[in-house]
Design a protein around this ligand. Structure first.
Ligand SMILES: NC(=O)c1ccc[n+]([C@@H]2O[C@H](COP(=O)([O-])OP(=O)(O)OC[C@H]3O[C@@H](n4cnc5c(N)ncnc54)[C@H](O)[C@@H]3O)[C@@H](O)[C@H]2O)c1
Length: 248
């Protein structure tokens, strides 16, 4: 497997205790990076750090939808590290329901975690990247944000917001050696799928011309290139990894 050089880099990966984020963390560690995983799931965080057993791995219990918690953690980490890479990956889908039946509390927390969380992390980490004239930010959006999935209006709106945020911030930072990109994956077999109805997950699969779900390691490979110095030009862009579903 091709290795990227992430030596002497420090990465923050939100929602990294399991699923996509954990696989990205493992690959970053193997590529020489120091990694901070931020997550709310203490049990999974402890399990992940025990399994990986690497002194370059650190974790923080942080709710990305809580601005004060993100602020405190950024200030702790940045006093001893430059933050070179930010992977905004923490996310929830919320339940499957039509918009007019969508619970307001669920709607707000989906927007808070997926979109506001990405805003808070970028807002607080970008000034450090500007100071160092270096940064790679990757926002994990979804095909739902491009296509708009029926029965997932909150998630689709939040991920569409993440795509808009990426395009604006990428342009604002283009004069620095800072790249901001989004990725729009199709379904992959992680715990995230448990939040939706079985019928909705089957429907997601039926939409993929490749005829299968995305494998986690396929997403990680794309993230690694975007997070490396080798991506010195692409910014404010949306990278599709949907097996042919969203061909735009
Ligand atoms: N798996 C898929 O089918 C799929 C498809 C497209 C996009 N995505 C996106 O990929 C990202 C990762 O998803 P995954 O499939 O690995 O899911 P996952 O459920 O396996 O992992 C998500 C992690 O985020 C953490 N998290 C949730 N809320 C948080 C918060 N407020 N603060 C900090 N951490 C929080 C969870 O504890 C969990 O460890 C998400 O943004 C998701 O929307 C996933």
């Amino acid at each position: 497997m091709h290795q990227f050089d992430l030596k002497n880099k420090t990465a923050v990966i939100t929602g990294g205790a399991q699923g996509f984020g954990l696989d990205i963390a493992k690959k970053f560690l193997n590529s020489g990076s120091k990694v901070f995983i931020w997550d709310i799931d203490e049990k999974e965080l402890l399990k992940a750090t025990k399994d990986i057993n690497n002194t370059n791995l650190n974790f923080n219990i942080v709710d990305v939808s809580n601005f004060d918690q993100v602020k405190k953690t950024v200030s702790e980490i940045s006093s001893n590290n430059k933050i070179d890479i930010l992977i905004n990956n923490a996310g929830i889908t919320g339940p499957t329901a039509e918009l007019w039946n969508y619970n307001v509390k669920d709607w707000n927390s989906i927007l808070d975690i997926n979109l506001n969380g990405t805003f808070y992390c970028c807002k607080l980490i970008v000034p450090h990247m500007i100071k160092n004239n270096y940064g790679r930010i990757i926002n994990i959006a979804s095909v739902a944000g491009k296509d708009g999935n029926a029965n997932a209006s909150a998630y689709s709106s939040a991920k569409a917001g993440v795509i808009g945020l990426t395009k604006s911030l990428g342009k604002e930072l283009a004069k620095y050696d800072i790249a901001v990109n989004a990725i729009t994956p199709a379904g992959a077999n992680t715990k995230l799928l448990d939040q939706m109805s079985k019928e909705h997950v089957q429907w997601m699969l039926s939409k993929v011309p490749r005829g299968r779900f995305l494998e986690i390691k396929e997403l990680t490979s794309l993230v690694c290139w975007l997070a490396s110095e080798e991506n010195s030009f692409s910014t404010a862009a949306v990278f599709d990894i949907s097996g042919g579903r969203s061909t735009y």
